[in-house]
Design a binder for this molecule. Structure first.
Ligand SMILES: *[C@@H]1O[C@H](CO)[C@@H](O)[C@H](O)[C@H]1NC(C)=O
Ligand SMILES: *[C@@H]1O[C@H](CO)[C@@H](O)[C@H](O)[C@H]1NC(C)=O
Ligand SMILES: *[C@@H]1O[C@H](CO)[C@@H](O)[C@H](O)[C@H]1NC(C)=O
Ligand SMILES: *[C@@H]1O[C@H](CO)[C@@H](O)[C@H](O)[C@H]1NC(C)=O
Ligand SMILES: *[C@@H]1O[C@H](CO)[C@@H](O)[C@H](O)[C@H]1NC(C)=O
Length: 480
């Protein structure tokens, strides 16, 4: 009798642990890829890996349809360029009715949050959204309340660490405040979130700390200890994640809202496109982060569970590289939904891979390469430049996986990327006679020459426009 209870008890504990581990984690599902996996396959990928929270960057119909009927909790979003129009309450009501309440039925979409903008106060946006964010937040939450869903669906504003002011004297977490140029807006936002019992959402990027400052202590970006922790009021900070989070806790406390719920909207590590963006560092980062989250360790000022969304789900090869080449390589999955490195979301550090996307449709095993017998190489540079303008060559840059290629390898890489983006059309592997198609895998050690996936039908109309534009431009370009 005793032992049966004991087994049940242990099972119960184990179940609780699994639930916690899996329950705590969400992912960001961005869709800025040249060829997207079909949304229903992405939803299957989430399910196969026990991921039950997802953060989106819009409220696209095809994505929402694929999520309908699942229990996955969803954060839908209003992009920054629509914030100004949400200053009209009627417009905000229309958005809510079309993109939230429309899905609010049994078998619909389990929407939990509306993200109002995406890091709208970044200094690089030159104050473009500084006056439109708060009115949009107010109107959206008020529209949710008026529609009768405000108790279960909360509006929030995902912000980035660059909202913190940095005291030059002693920039410890306990000295955290908001930037003076946005302090008025931040005070209004925080008060409003509190009134509506909505969470504060912060994106935390230890990688960017390292990227932005070559003197940043590398170990502090990870979770396996440092030789010189930062001491703050008797607390020892050993990683920048905790320090960043607690800076926010202090900034909220200074406004009188030290207990406000905080969600980490984005956190992750890119795997290519910079000397610090690689599989080894990503592995090290997640091997520290995931057990910490699963164990509900929290931070020194906020021990316990934190709701966290990893960034991101799948690589996005059409994202702007203004912030850096690494922007296109944040996925825990590659462009084709296959895992890049071992990862155990339950935080038990099991040495296993996530389940990859099933039944992925690839183009045929054909590559485009520089002709060995190409004579006139005078036009090579401009052809490479052209290929890379319409495809993703970020893996060729300094510190990236394909940076070691020789000049011919570079040319072949660029030509192949363009050929794949063009759906392997014969004409797209010519480059003024410099290129030819091959069925030999011309990948190099550590540098994969990928085969594209078949464009999913939901994005095909957009895609065909891109292809048509590229084709027109190619025509103009090559006839100069
Ligand atoms: C709903 O969201 C989609 C996708 O983000 C957007 O294109 C559309 O304009 C929104 N609908 C309304 C009525 O605002
Ligand atoms: C912000 O201003 C800088 C300098 O004036 C300019 O180079 C940049 O393009 C601007 N960015 C945006 C998003 O407007
Ligand atoms: C925002 O509003 C303030 C106060 O009305 C104004 O001074 C400022 O120019 C506005 N900023 C932008 C970018 O519109
Ligand atoms: C290959 O291309 C990359 C990126 O454009 C460049 O940094 C590198 O120097 C090139 N290598 C050779 C050998 O031309
Ligand atoms: C090509 O070769 C690389 C390296 O050996 C390998 O990783 C990749 O899967 C191969 N691609 C295809 C389409 O078989």
């Amino acid at each position: 009798m005793m032992s049966r209870y004991f087994v049940l008890f242990v099972l119960f504990l184990y179940w609780g642990f699994l639930e916690n581990g899996v329950d705590s984690l969400g992912v960001n599902w961005g869709t800025m890829a040249i060829n997207r996996l079909p949304p229903k396959d992405v939803v299957q990928l989430l399910k196969d890996n026990g991921i039950n929270k997802v953060k989106l960057f819009d409220a696209d119909d095809s994505t929402m349809s694929a999520l309908a009927g699942t229990d996955i909790e969803v954060m839908v979003a209003i992009p920054n360029d629509q914030l100004a129009s949400m200053g009209s309450y009627d417009r905000a009501k229309h958005w809510v009715s079309r993109n939230v309440t429309r899905y609010n039925f049994k078998g619909g979409v389990n929407i939990k949050y509306v993200a109002v903008g995406n890091e709208p106060f970044l200094t690089s946006y030159n104050n473009s959204f500084v006056n439109t964010t708060f009115p949009a937040l107010q109107n959206i939450q008020n529209a949710l309340n008026e529609a009768g869903v405000g108790d279960s669906i909360k509006a929030t504003v995902p912000l980035n660490a660059d909202i913190y002011g940095s005291p030059t004297e002693n920039p410890v977490p306990s000295a955290g405040t908001f930037r003076t140029d946005i302090s008025g807006q931040m005070t209004q936002i925080v008060q409003f979130l509190s009134q509506n019992k909505a969470p504060f959402t912060i994106n935390i990027y230890p990688f960017l700390s390292l990227y932005a400052n070559e003197h940043f202590p590398v170990d502090y970006a990870f979770f396996d200890g440092v030789t010189n922790p930062i001491t703050d009021n008797g607390i020892q900070y050993e990683n920048v994640f905790d320090a960043n989070f607690d800076t926010l806790v202090s900034a909220l406390k200074a406004l009188g809202y030290g207990d406000m719920t905080i969600i980490v909207g984005e956190v992750g590590w890119p795997t290519d496109g910079d000397k610090n963006a690689n599989i080894n560092y990503a592995l090290r980062f997640y091997r520290g982060l995931l057990p910490k989250l699963a164990g509900n360790k929290g931070t020194p000022l906020r021990p316990g569970y934190i709701e966290v969304y990893l960034f991101g789900l799948i690589d996005e090869d059409a994202k702007s590289i203004a912030p850096g080449n690494f922007e296109r390589h944040w996925g825990i999955f590659r462009y084709d939904g296959q895992p890049k490195f071992p990862m155990d979301l339950s935080g038990q550090q099991l040495d296993k891979y996530l389940v990859g996307a099933q039944n992925v449709q690839y183009l045929p095993k054909k590559w485009c390469m520089l002709r060995q017998d190409a004579r006139d190489l005078s036009k090579l540079a401009e052809n490479i430049n052209f290929a890379c303008t319409f495809s993703d060559c970020t893996a060729l840059g300094y510190g990236s996986s394909c940076n070691g290629l020789d000049a011919n390898g570079n040319a072949s890489y660029a030509f192949n990327m363009y050929f794949q983006v063009q759906g392997q059309r014969d004409l797209s592997c010519n480059f003024q006679g410099l290129a030819r198609v091959t069925d030999q895998n011309i990948s190099q050690p550590n540098c994969n020459f990928p085969i594209q996936i078949v464009a999913s039908s939901s994005s095909s109309s957009k895609l065909s426009q891109v292809v048509y534009l590229a084709f027109l431009t190619a025509f103009v370009f090559l006839s100069i």
